[in-house]
Design a protein around this ligand. Structure first.
Ligand code: AHR
Length: 495
């Protein structure tokens, strides 16, 4: 029997909308072709930014978008991407296929894109190959409200008013493509760079590069060095780990065992969140510094025939299950996770949207973001899930994964409940118990479900979309039946 017990009187914390963040890099067709087509494109656009993509993203409500990388960030010099477009330099994107970067899409275009979709911009500075001065001046260009040369440059570029960018990352993956630093050396660099990241009257949110996966040694060494040498250092607000759960089979071809294997690898995020936060707590017990996961998702072999450096992959119901179970983890740990950014928004890795010329489709993962959006800003409620497990074989060994996962949040008198059934072939009856004297007085739901390989293609873009799903939510205890391989989002009225 599967039981989900929700304690209405046991709040965990507010679900930070930034948990529903995205990541968009100058990589493959994410920016060029995905976001940006240019003002003269026959593809409908507003000032060069695709209208269809903006409309689709607005429904998903990404609270924050991280840019310009990724590895690209530590080889990006922001002055290349401002000023008249025709005069911007052409550079080589050394990380992603050595393609020529036209710099048509730069700071102004990025912030405009964010405002169009309703997201806050999160800019990652260049530590690996950039200078402190470059980063300090980038912040001034974006945010200084007075009459400096850089503020005038911004005005000449079309924004007399400050762009008001709050979120600033100090490098990306500085243990690897961002400069191959040790945690101690990166800590020194971080302090030096962050010292000059000034708010110009605005409170900024400064983010340090964190752990490769769940690397507790990196985190401990970074914070130990920070504390030992300069514990009064206060210009650090977030610390960001990256975790990719990888693949099993390919994006669209996998066995039932591989279906479960990948879902189980996605669920490892919970261990990462608990352990990384505990490692941070040892140095920051009052949690002044927030835990962020600013890159996460599946990583499959690229679509056959596409450039391997472009990381263009299809996205099936399996990716939707990974997205949903991961977002449920972030919701359940709303006291620990302050931001998360799935990789990446469009055409790269676990994308929400795929484009091909003028064609566009929303992936199963994109629909999960749409379905889960009501959790943003809700109060996460303690949710205990007693689930059966299913057995599968991976690496020659029998393993088990929980069938049902989920999370619950409350806004006023509306309980928002999301549930997944990972079972490839069997429906599951879930008993939902509301603890604390609450009574359900009705509810509506939507479901995303199908055969485990189901996905959308450019010829059949609506093969998998969320459908209305009837539930009988009444009283303190009721049953919801989840079809096999499904993601459900329910709004339940509380009397
Ligand atoms: O998202 C693709 C790449 O994965 C990013 O550029 C890098 O930060 C990570 O290794």
């Amino acid at each position: 029997m599967t039981k989900v017990s929700i304690s209405l009187n046991d709040p965990i914390g507010t679900i930070n909308p930034n948990i529903y963040g995205h990541f968009a890099e100058h990589l493959g067709w994410c920016i060029y072709g995905g976001v940006w087509v240019g003002e003269h494109s026959p593809i409908p656009n507003t000032g060069g930014i695709r209208n269809d993509v903006v409309a689709a993203l607005r429904k998903m409500k990404p609270a924050v978008i991280r840019w310009p990388g990724g590895c690209f960030a530590d080889d990006y010099h922001w002055q290349d991407g401002v000023g008249p477009r025709a005069q911007r330099p052409r550079r080589v994107n050394i990380h992603w296929g050595e393609v020529v970067e036209s710099n048509e899409f730069g700071t102004q275009e990025f912030v405009r894109f964010c405002r169009m979709v309703g997201a806050e911009p999160y800019i990652v500075g260049n530590v690996g190959s950039g200078t402190v001065r470059e980063l300090r001046e980038w912040v001034e260009y974006c945010n200084f409200p007075g009459d400096s040369t850089l503020a005038r440059q911004r005005a000449a570029d079309g924004s007399p008013e400050p762009l008001n960018v709050t979120y600033w990352g100090v490098g990306n993956e500085n243990w690897g493509c961002g400069g191959s630093f040790s945690p101690e050396d990166y800590c020194t660099e971080f302090r030096r760079f962050a010292t000059f990241v000034r708010g110009f009257g605005k409170q900024l949110y400064v983010i340090a590069c964190g752990s490769p996966g769940n690397d507790l040694e990196w985190t401990t060494r970074f914070f130990r060095k920070l504390r030992k040498d300069y514990w009064d250092f206060r210009n650090l607000h977030g610390y960001a780990a990256h975790y990719y759960c990888g693949t099993a089979g390919t994006a669209t071809e996998y066995t039932v065992d591989q279906w479960y294997e990948l879902i189980a690898r996605g669920l490892y995020m919970e261990e990462l969140v608990i352990q990384q936060r505990a490692a941070m707590d040892a140095y920051d017990p009052s949690r002044k510094i927030g835990l962020i996961v600013d890159e996460w998702g599946t990583w499959h072999p690229v679509e056959p025939g596409t450039n391997p450096a472009f990381l263009f992959q299809q996205n099936t119901l399996r990716d939707a299950l990974v997205a949903a179970t991961t977002l449920d983890i972030f919701n359940r740990h709303a006291d620990k996770v302050v931001m998360a950014n799935i990789a990446q928004t469009i055409n790269v890795l676990q994308a929400m949207i795929l484009t091909q010329g003028e064609k566009m489709l929303v992936t199963p993962t994109g629909y999960v973001y749409e379905m889960y959006a009501p959790h943003q800003g809700g109060t996460s409620l303690r949710t205990v899930i007693e689930s059966d497990t299913v057995t599968y074989t991976a690496g020659g060994k029998e393993q088990q994964v929980a069938t049902v996962s989920g999370s619950a949040s409350l806004k006023g008198k509306v309980l928002f409940l999301t549930l997944t059934n990972a079972h490839a072939t069997d429906a599951v009856e879930v008993t939902v118990d509301l603890l604390g004297g609450a009574q359900a007085t009705g509810g509506t739901a939507r479901i995303l479900s199908g055969e485990i390989h189901t996905h959308n293609t450019f010829d059949a873009p609506e093969t998998l979309t969320p459908c209305p799903y009837a539930i009988a939510a009444s009283g303190a205890s009721f049953i919801i039946t989840l079809p096999p391989a499904s993601v459900l989002a329910a709004e339940i009225a509380i009397g």
